[in-house]
Design a binder for this molecule. Structure first.
Ligand SMILES: [Fe+2]
Length: 308
């Protein structure tokens, strides 16, 4: 079955609308009680750039992702590298490289904003900071907002913007601001209880990364996790938050807290194009949702790191 045939089958089976929605309050659909498996590719932390033949790696990754014949593809942020501290001019070739990958992938990925995708937030080359560091992300993907919701395959998807520019030593923190929390309240209120919800956030809402790499008592820095994660997670307490997809830490991790599975999705670039990071190689995740179950595997694609 070709990717196109698979896509058609997906659309027919779910009786659904896979609608990318940038407008406030957009929540089309319902395929209540849908039991057809939903196959998702979640690729994150691409860190697209032009050095070390990495555009070739992205071509290989895109082809590998297409061979998964996913019903739906999500890109978890850090699509380009180092936008945050660079000028618009500097990052233009990195966007071109990423967008080539993005437009090669079928079906078209839904992008989530990562900290590296902000452009000229705090430039280090003396150029003027942007008055809206999110503008390039919005323009490239023709979006009105960096957070949004849509429905597909009987599942409600919520994509968050988890980056808050702070300046200082940390430069930014993981945080869901009050405007977005208010939007989240409206979005959740429209979802019937029991129907499956998937949240995607670049910075993790829950992780054991620091406990596993630095010891059980280690605390996560504010620019590594969503600092007000409870304000987000508690909002779902009466709902079926089935899955949280997250990036940023570049490791392959799965946690389950009661009914919610938290997956940190490794990184397309591995250790920022230097090979494996804490044992996680360059790759992406394939998830199958079926009858309320979450199956996950992390898939590496063939690439030997060429960064000196
Ligand atoms: Fe990253």
């Amino acid at each position: 079955m070709t990717a196109l045939q698979t896509r058609r089958r997906f659309l027919q089976l779910g009786g659904l609308s896979a609608v990318s929605c940038a407008l406030p309050g957009c929540a089309s659909w319902s395929a209540r009680g849908a039991t057809s498996p939903l196959r998702i590719v979640f690729f994150t932390d691409i860190h697209a750039r032009t050095e070390w033949q990495t555009p070739q790696a992205l071509e290989i990754a895109a082809r590998a992702i297409n061979r998964e014949h996913a019903d739906l593809v999500l890109a978890g942020g850090d699509l380009i590298t180092d936008g945050f501290q660079s000028s618009a001019l500097t990052v233009a070739p990195r966007w071109r490289t990423y967008l080539e990958m993005h437009h090669t992938i079928s079906p078209q990925p839904y992008p989530v904003l990562g900290n590296h995708d902000l452009v000229a937030a705090l430039p280090e080359d003396g150029s003027r900071p942007s008055d809206d560091p999110r503008r390039q992300f919005l323009e490239h993907f023709k979006l009105a907002r960096t957070y949004r919701a849509f429905d597909a395959g009987g599942v409600h998807f919520i994509l968050l913007d988890s980056v808050d520019i702070t300046g200082g030593d940390l430069k930014y923190r993981g945080f869901i601001d009050s405007q977005q929390l208010e939007w989240l309240d409206h979005t959740i209120a429209r979802i019937p209880q029991g129907e499956p919800i998937v949240v995607a956030s670049h910075l993790p809402l829950l992780t054991g990364f620091y406990q596993r790499t630095m010891g059980a008592a280690a605390a996560a820095p504010a620019n590594r996790i969503v600092t007000n994660n409870l304000e987000v997670l508690d909002r779902f307490s009466e709902h079926n938050l089935l899955l949280v997809l997250q990036g940023h830490l570049h490791v392959d991790e799965l946690l389950r807290w009661r009914g919610t599975t938290f997956i940190t999705g490794g990184a397309v670039c591995g250790k920022w194009w230097r090979g494996a990071w804490h044992g996680t190689r360059n790759g992406y995740g394939v998830i199958t949702l079926r009858d309320g179950r979450v199956d996950w595997r992390y898939v590496t694609y063939p690439w030997e790191a060429r960064r000196p």
